[in-house]
Design a protein around this ligand. Sequence first.
Ligand code: NAD
Length: 353
Amino acid sequence: MQRIQATELSLRVAQLFIAAGADTARAKLVSDNLVLANLSGHDSHGVGMAPRYVDAIAEGYLKPHADIRVVTDAGALLGLDGQGGFGQVVGEQAMQMAFERVATHGSCIMSLASAHHLGRIGHFAEMAVARGLVALHFVSVWARPIVAPFGGGDGRFGTNPCCIGIPVGYGETQREPFVLDFATSRVAQGKMRVAHNEGRLAESGTLIDENGKPTNNPGVVVVPQSDGRMGALLPFGEHKGYGLAVACELLGGALSGGGTWHDTHDGRRAVLNSMLTILIDPKRLGTQMSFASETLAFVDWLRQSPANSEDGVLLAGEPERKAREERQRLGILIDAATWDELTQSARKLGHVF
Ligand code: NAD
């Protein structure tokens, strides 16, 4: 394990992206975003993804200089193409454009097709709630099909994240927002990579092996098993979580024009995300004041529940904020395998991490 401060880590990862062909501004934006995921407690979506991005640039699927392209512009309805650009870059461009539309129309439905990995989707919801907006995101993942359908025995789609951001209170009564942000698989695939790197077992009920049998070995979704086949993650929440995963594929992938997964994997390292985003301004809906008081009242009501666990009642978004405070202070722990992958990735580019 290596402990490193966030600013130092971000600097090093930005240099890695510059060595891979990114310009300074984009490299910094992407590395800051990955480090923010580490700070938020989601190492699965942190700097451990950087070697994969470097490989995706070399493969030609990640286009480090690409910006969004406007495909459809119908006021409150925006159809955008991420053109394989850094998801952190085109994702923010797309959100900024959607915010302008909300300012005019009070709401915006924005689809973003074919961005390279968007990272932690909660980042986009946090951008929206900071502006007092409600945000809904449905995302498809176009990479290796790693999640089995409910009742199925092999991977057929990605970890399709879903995210909902809701501001709590308003003005003087404003509190920390609700930011629910999760993969629709029981655990994110990156968490299995981290567990595998750290030599930990996965919880029961999370994985099936390459023969469709339950297993606790996270390696089944990280390295090819016998005859090159892989195991799969299971969706969360049985048939209900599976249904949400399919909705993310159809709304994020099919509706945006980005496409759905229906093929075998060709071994590529790139991860493409397509996302449907819905933004609503409560002020323009005319419910701002009652919305603010009801969100406050409900959250207070939840918190009055007697604690039945060590942490008691938390609101989604709270664990990430807590982790940020702690990791900013103490630094970020990077496991040895991730550090080694970053070093190897730099070496391939003739660079020192
Ligand atoms: P997770 O299982 O850790 O769940 C996170 C969510 O649950 C957060 O909203 C968190 O605030 C909330 N939460 C956690 N503990 C809680 C508690 N005790 N009480 C109330 N709420 C609580 O997350 P995950 O499924 O591992 O996903 C991790 C990240 O991976 C997310 O940011 C997601 O966007 C990202 N992701 C991205 C992709 C992609 O392709 N870009 C794919 C999958 C996941």
